[in-house]
Design a protein around this ligand. Sequence first.
Ligand code: ATP
Ligand code: MG
Length: 232
Amino acid sequence: MNEELLTVEALRVCYGESEVIGRLSLSARQNEIVALMGLNGMGKTSLMKALIGLLPARAGSIRLSGRELGGSPPHERVRHGLGYVPQGRMVFPTLSVEENIKTGLGDKERRVPEHLYRFFPVLKEMRRRRAGNLSGGQQQQLAIARALASRPRVLLLDEPTEGIQPSIIKDLAVQLKQIRDQEGLTILVSEQVLSFALRVADRVLVMARGALVHESPRESLDEAKLGALLSI
Ligand SMILES: Nc1ncnc2c1ncn2[C@@H]1O[C@H](COP(=O)(O)OP(=O)(O)OP(=O)(O)O)[C@@H](O)[C@H]1O
Ligand SMILES: [Mg+2]
């Protein structure tokens, strides 16, 4: 049950000659929610993009259940069990809610699996509406549902709380834990909101200038230290 599912070793990512991730290693177990915290520009999105294959890794390895994914294109990583929700959600605004979710379905499926609408009932109510007309929080739910449509084992979630009001952020934490519990999912979520990370995560990592500078399980976490690491 608690085996290591996602293993990243000595990952290096560059934009041209400038290094943004330097030899970073991390892992996540089955059923675990790991929060990746860090201030603006510290490399969270670059790491997520490298994990899903939108940015090439210069060195290092990315393994899912022991299978090397580094070098594979994003759609193959999705086929092997990675799901990705980009920062800013990136739903297709002129497509309906249902059409958006369908863009995430695997090759053999035609219909939106009912369990997605159970996790996010509001999306069922709004399934014929244009995604561009949804609120920020609803669009975030839609982006997560679309990523879950391919039935991933590991969900990469990049700053889901950005631009979302506090009460909706709380709901999102509850929903993510429910999904984790029911689907046996592993979640790596990047975050700047400490209260959300504390609510949702089993383990918290802190990233600064492309490296991990702190790691702590939720239960033994030193909030003062974390706050200091995350203040400018
Ligand atoms: N396309 C790009 N070309 C060159 N440099 C980039 C590019 N995208 C990001 N960077 C730089 O890489 C570094 C890490 O950026 P990244 O977007 O990964 O940070 P982040 O932690 O996700 O920040 P935020 O919290 O603002 O989303 C920053 O210094 C940024 O300026
Ligand atoms: Mg980012």
